[in-house]
Write a protein of this length. Structure first.
Length: 173
């Protein structure tokens, strides 16, 4: 991910502090574009806004940091300056375990009280959040890639499942 600014290329994925805002912006724009292309029905505004917001935060606050866990060696070799490389591995792992749980619990609470159509999606996301927290706590960046990548794989499966559940709920309404 490179952006040219006044002629100089900026590699946004070199640092967690630039990668996460970029992911949040692009994720949010993707959900907004999907909603607009579908007709942006005001009747469905709240569920769409909740889903788009939660899954955008899911990508930026969960996916981006969790992906860094398994990419530590490659990121260091490429000269990237992620939170893990800067020496904050323990704190970064704690954040990678807590963020999905907080987001999953918040999504479930909002779905249960304000957007019940999203409850199946929220419960899937909460279950995936639990899996990510456990895998983050039980894996290490120094393990073989297949094992160190488990938290990120759980993130991706959860994202797909939550989107699929929301789509199924929308189609059956």
């Amino acid at each position: 991910m490179r952006i040219r600014l006044l002629g100089a290329a900026i590699a946004l994925k070199r640092r967690t502090a630039t990668a996460v805002p970029c992911i949040l912006a692009l994720g949010g724009l993707t959900f907004a574009a999907g909603w607009l292309c579908a007709g942006a029905d005001r009747r469905d505004a709240l569920p769409v806004l909740v889903l788009g917001t939660v899954l955008t935060l899911w990508m930026g606050a969960v996916g981006a940091p969790v992906k860094d866990l398994s990419d530590l060696r490659g990121d260091a070799a490429a000269g990237r300056r992620t939170a893990l490389i800067r020496g904050c591995a323990r704190r970064a792992r704690l954040i990678c375990a807590i963020n999905p749980l907080v987001l999953g619990a918040a999504y479930t609470a909002v779905a249960a009280t304000a957007t019940p159509v999203l409850l199946p999606s929220a419960l899937l996301l909460l279950g995936g959040a639990l899996a990510i927290a456990v895998l983050t706590a039980t894996t290490s960046s120094s393990e073989p890639r297949g094992r160190s990548r488990l938290p990120y794989r759980a993130f991706m499966v959860t994202q797909y499942a939550a989107c699929a559940a929301a789509l199924c709920a929308a189609l059956t309404r």
